[in-house]
Design a protein around this ligand. Structure first.
Ligand code: F6R
Length: 619
């Protein structure tokens, strides 16, 4: 989704802004723009469709001087991706320039009102309405920009993170947020003066400073050149900036020798999951300690039901979590698409626990779903990767994945991070409820602890996937099948393939095939089976037979040493043996690699697939 960068300080703003835009490319976008105030007090705006490189090309001969500026990557919502609709948008007076993430829901009403006051518009966007509204408020109230933003936003319905430049005041940067994140970085320039950075997440800021303030909802901030940072809320009450030290490192934002972030993140999984379980899973004492539930044991022990709300890949990990938590902790778990849940009138009991699973912690539907659950009295638990994200802050308690920033749009290490975290949650609840025998509990702790090593083995023993994948570039369809714990893995394998290779793929429970989808199978159809030697092995073998007799091409994920399924398959990927419930953590890996190599063989941009955004902050 859209990205915001801003800078004010002693350095040239343009290189910082453009570098920041590159850092935000992972979020997905289709146009970019920058605006700066130069020494002479001119407010320059440059925009380009396509990639940030195109913007740089456009700016090569332009005046990009100035030590204050804002920049934006736009993921089109209102109006097509062209230079008119790209941000920054200028006010009619030419005094204000604004970038915006989010959606203004009542923009049509506001636009009609402003047109009645003599304002005209050149774009189709809701953002242009915002900048004219602030301009109008400033002109009619004769107030400074900080106050005008505060007053104007009172009549705005929707979600926003905004940043503004004011030509007549090149010494201050104003920003505000509601429902869309905004981070202010506070650094010191070469002369020892304070400088300010702005980002829709911390990635454009981390190389300059690790001191940041996460703006809260309905807060407006004004930074000035004297180093002053003022924050007020919508009721004009001053807020003390809460300075946080970023834990992110620059290395985590670089490809580190890999051709793509996605491949790097696939290979990072063993280390990332070791970090995730560190201090939580204790093989020596055979214990699981999740600080997020320590203070809320009662909520989990007494929970009549757990409802997990999520979207996309996170929904798949939630489904694996359901199977595990129900089995281990003997509590019913429902998994909901957040986008559906939020618009139903779901029955929520006061003793329900609602869990939000979200890598970014910013997914608009997931956030809205838990807000609804909270209004209905549920206890909220968040499983997020991004520290300080909206969902992490909106929940009563929770667990961070700690798998490091995920830059590739297709989720990989966050998926396995979510699965292992949900397993930890299931074990932690089981411990409190005594639903597992000591023997079983200890065995599961031991086995889960070995998963990162087994992931490493899986990565190292499936190195031929790249050559094998080339054969499938011609395919138009794929089917992924699994049963039990591996049904969600099939869904995830299909999603990975379709989102980055653009090959149509479907995941099904293997036994569902004969209820319809088997009609699709012919010699052209590759069918991927997740068929470990555990669980419903014999039944999956029968399902493979059914596909084989219809001449489908069988690709299977099998346990090391398996000869039965391997013998029936055109190609196999191997994983080490593990308990049924933990197979998804291993089986996901060859499927991620398959998607990656098919997509790269087709020349796709795997890190930024078309139309997709890393953080879906609009519904
Ligand atoms: C697919 C993918 C998406 C996200 C979904 C939810 O690879 O990453 O399906 O899982 O958009 O995002 P989060 O987890 O940030 O809530």
């Amino acid at each position: 989704m859209c990205g915001i960068v801003g800078y004010m300080g002693g350095q040239d703003a343009y290189p910082i802004l453009v570098r920041g835009l590159h850092r935000l490319e992972y979020r997905g976008y289709d146009s970019a723009g920058v605006s700066l105030i130069n020494q002479a007090g001119n407010l320059n705006v440059y925009k380009a469709t396509g990639k940030v490189d195109a913007l740089e090309e456009k700016c090569r001969e332009a005046d990009t001087t100035g030590t204050i500026g804002i920049a934006h990557t736009r993921w089109a919502t209102h109006g097509e991706p062209n230079t008119v609709n790209a941000h920054p948008h200028l006010s009619q007076s030419g005094n204000l320039s604004l970038v915006h993430n989010g959606i203004i829901e009542n923009y049509k009403t506001l636009r009609a009102m402003l047109e009645g006051k003599g304002y005209s518009f050149c774009s189709d966007t809701d953002t242009e309405v915002l900048v004219q509204l602030i301009d109008y408020t400033q002109a009619t109230s004769r107030c400074d920009l900080f106050t005008a933003v505060q007053r104007a936003l009172k009549s705005v319905v929707g979600a926003y993170a905004i940043a503004l430049l004011e030509r007549s005041h090149p010494d201050r940067l104003v920003c505000a947020r509601k429902g869309s994140p905004l981070v202010i970085g506070v650094g010191t320039d070469a002369r020892g003066n304070k400088e300010f950075f702005l980002g829709s997440d911390a990635t454009p800021i981390v190389e300059y400073t690790n001191q940041v303030v996460y703006l809260k909802d309905e807060e407006i901030a004004c930074m000035d050149r004297s180093g002053q940072l003022d924050i007020v809320n919508m009721d004009d009450v001053h807020q003390t900036p809460e300075m946080i030290t970023l834990q992110m490192s620059l290395d985590e934002l670089e490809k580190g020798g890999y051709p793509h972030f996605m491949l790097k993140e696939i290979w990072e999984q063993p280390a990332a999951l070791r970090t995730c379980i560190k201090g939580r899973l204790h093989p020596a004492s055979k214990d699981v300690v999740l600080s997020g539930i320590i203070d809320h044991k009662d909520k989990f022990v007494k929970a009549r039901r757990i409802i997990i709300c999520a979207c996309g890949t996170s929904w798949h990990s939630a489904l694996i979590g359901k199977y595990f938590i129900e089995e281990a902790a003997q509590v019913p778990v429902e998994v909901e698409y957040a986008s559906e849940f939020r618009y139903r009138n779901p029955v929520i009991y006061p003793d329900d626990v609602v869990v939000a699973v979200s890598q970014s912690g910013e997914t608009a539907d997931t956030l809205a779903a838990i807000q609804l659950a909270e209004r209905k009295g549920a206890f909220l638990y968040g499983i997020c990767n991004v520290i300080g994200s909206s969902i992490a802050r909106a929940t009563h308690s929770g667990t961070y994945l700690h798998v490091g920033p995920e830059i590739g749009v297709a989720s990989t290490k966050a998926f396995t991070g979510q699965v292992i975290t949900l397993c930890l949650l299931g074990l932690a609840i089981a411990k409190e409820k005594h639903t597992l025998s000591d023997e079983m509990f200890h065995m599961l702790v031991d086995e889960l602890y070995q998963i990162p090593d087994k992931m490493q083995w899986t990565l190292e023993n499936n190195k031929d996937i790249d050559k094998f994948a080339q054969m499938f570039t011609y395919c138009r369809n794929f089917i992924f099948l699994g049963r039990g714990y591996n049904y969600p893995v099939a869904l995830e394998g299909a999603l990975k393939l379709k989102e980055i290779s653009y090959i149509h793929a479907e995941g099904y429970p293997a036994a569902e095939m004969k209820h319809g989808p088997i009609a699709l199978v012919d010699e052209e159809m590759p069918v991927v089976f997740i068929a470990p030697r555990r669980g419903m092995y014999d039944k999956v073998v029968s399902n493979i037979q059914e596909i084989k007799s219809r001449k489908g091409k069988i690709i299977s994920v099998v346990t090391e040493g398996d000869t039965t399924v391997a013998g029936m398959s055109d190609h196999t990927f191997v994983i080490p043996d593990t308990r049924d419930c933990f197979v998804p953590l291993l089986a996901a890996i060859p499927l991620q690699l398959l998607a990656y190599y098919v997509a790269t063989a087709k020349g796709r941009n795997v890190d930024q697939p078309r139309n997709l955004a890393k953080s879906v902050t609009v519904e």
